[in-house]
Ligand binder design. Sequence first.
Ligand code: HEC
Length: 167
Amino acid sequence: MTEKRNATNISIILGLSVVLMLFIFVLVAHHRDIPDRIQQHRGALLGTGSSVDERIKPVGQVDVAAEKTPQEPVKIAVAASTPGRDGKQVYQAGCVACHDAGIAGAPKLGDKGQWAKRIAKGLDTLYASAVNGVTGSAGAMPAKGGNPALSNAEVKAAVDYMVAQSK
Ligand code: HEC
């Protein structure tokens, strides 16, 4: 009787141990992948992906995009900051103020009679007049038409445009 009870106690203890070990095993296995899950959830909470690029990208990028793709504004920004306006654009942004109507004695765009004697002086002279300014019989023109922000190349392009329109 006593031996039988001892045997029963031992098997109960053994059984409990097995259950306990199973429990511990399941617990450990369950928590092993938690660091990964924390990272996933953190990404979701921050509203960003997990790559560094995505996390540090400029906040305003999408707003500037207008209806184009997100890549588009970058190209536009570069184009705008590059001194690459053509002669017509430079003319219409500034020179037009005097040269369209012949203000202050400026030779009018397209007026072949007024331009013929100037074109005869050669392009280099016209470039120099436009870049440095010129005071002649007709009137006075400020250097670069009064816009020092223009590059020499832009002023020359505008001269080319005006000459092409006036001969
Ligand atoms: C504030 C008025 C004004 C603006 C703005 C202006 N011009 Fe003139 N421009 C003149 C006047 C006035 C003359 C005539 C000067 C003279 O020969 O008596 C002239 C003459 C010229 C000539 C002929 C120069 C020569 O040697 O015969 C060129 C080329 C010219 N301008 C280019 C330009 C360009 C390019 C721009 C823009 C970047 C420009 N101008 C902006 C007033 C202006």
